[in-house]
Design a protein around this ligand. Structure first.
Ligand code: DAH
Length: 357
């Protein structure tokens, strides 16, 4: 019994001597922990006869409760002291201006995709999507680009390693693959657009290894080149917000269209200033009448259906509309560039667009 009194006296002394929470924790472990002094004594209970065990056990429990209480009290006091010290040492100036919160904003590429989608949706096009990792069939073969055809070299393709069957997936080189996927799974007529990322091994001021396109496809029984021109001229007029956009259609070649053309916008790049109008031209899209072979490849009868397709370069449009001279700056994530060219998040795309910051 005496030894318990002594233990209590020691514990009390040590608790009182603890000047901080760490020291107090050590005292707690020394007395109440699994291998602490009180626990050790508990182990001795087993050897005692029942009478003795009962009274000693109850003393021991009491001691345990007292020490626990002592430590709790001391802990509260130490915590309060620590808080008081912090409050005394720190000051809060409620008159300081609030810290500015960084706000997310909309990249010109996203903005232009929104604008194009809105204009083309008003012309009756529906938005569809396809995968960025494509197989050879959808990216090339079905588009009338057979294996070993030189046209494949027009696209500096990123290939994946061969699979067990010896086939290589590709990062799609254009959104034209989405035409194929859509036609495979739907019955004509078709009037869809497919915005998305595309990839080619290419990098200079007008080419980046990853860039964006919007594919367009309009197939019905009597769609002609005149519809193609009307659709695209109307599109650029609305996109740039002016009636007199200088445009030209240049004959071109794509294996999946016949005839094929490219559409250029008149622009000027004088003194690093980049804008529409002027005696230079910038290509913004490829287009043409969908090749009969492409329709056959997806089970559509070219004697019954015909129409046009186009693939717009999004970054090109953004450069022209917002005066951005170097394509590579789009992806550098330079915060100053983003602050200058990005759009406020709540701006609703308008048909006339325009800088809104
Ligand atoms: N896929 C072509 C490219 O990336 C662009 C293109 C041209 C798409 C003609 C079309 C088209 O749909 O008809 O260069």
């Amino acid at each position: 019994m005496d030894s318990l009194l002594q233990l209590k006296a020691e514990a009390t002394k040590e608790v009182e001597a603890s000047k901080d929470l760490d020291a107090l924790e050590q005292v707690r472990v020394a007395y109440l922990g699994k291998k602490g002094a009180i626990q050790e004594k508990m182990k001795g209970l087993g050897q005692m006869d029942p009478e003795e065990r009962k009274s000693y056990g109850s003393e021991l429990n009491q001691l345990k409760n007292q020490v626990t209480e002592l430590i709790e009290k001391s802990k509260k006091a130490l915590e309060k002291a620590a808080l008081d010290a912090r409050l005394a040492s720190e000051s809060l100036d409620v008159t300081l201006p609030a810290r500015q919160k960084e706000e997310g904003s909309v990249h010109p590429v996203s903005q232009v995709i929104e604008e194009c989608t809105e204009i083309l949706a008003n012309q009756g096009f529906e938005v569809v999507y396809g995968p960025q990792i494509e197989d050879d069939f959808h990216n090339f073969t079905a588009l009338n680009i057979p294996p070993e055809h030189p046209a494949r070299q027009m696209h500096d393709t990123f290939y994946f390693p061969e699979d067990e069957k010896g086939e290589r997936s590709v990062l799609r080189t254009h959104t034209s693959s989405v035409q194929i996927r859509y036609m495979e799974n739907n019955k004509p007529p078709y009037r869809v657009i497919a915005p998305g990322r595309t990839y080619r091994c290419d990098s200079d001021i007008t080419h980046s290894p990853m860039f964006h396109q919007i594919e367009g496809l309009y197939i019905d029984k009597n769609i002609t080149m005149a519809h193609l021109k009307g659709c695209l001229i109307n599109f650029v007029q609305q996109f740039f917000g002016v009636d007199e956009v200088p445009v030209r259609f240049r004959p071109s070649f794509f294996p999946f269209t016949e005839p094929s053309a490219e559409m250029d916008i008149g622009c000027s790049r004088a003194q690093g200033d980049f804008k529409i109008g002027g005696d230079d031209w910038m290509e913004i899209l490829g287009c043409g009448m969908v090749h009969p072979n492409v329709l056959k490849n997806v089970g559509v009868d070219p004697d019954e259906y015909q129409g046009f397709a186009f693939g717009i370069g999004i970054e090109r449009l953004a450069m022209l509309k917002y005066g951005i001279a170097d394509l590579r700056t789009f992806y550098e994530a330079d915060i100053r560039w983003l602050e200058h060219y990005n759009f406020a998040p709540l701006d609703i795309p308008t048909l006339t667009g325009g800088l809104s910051r």
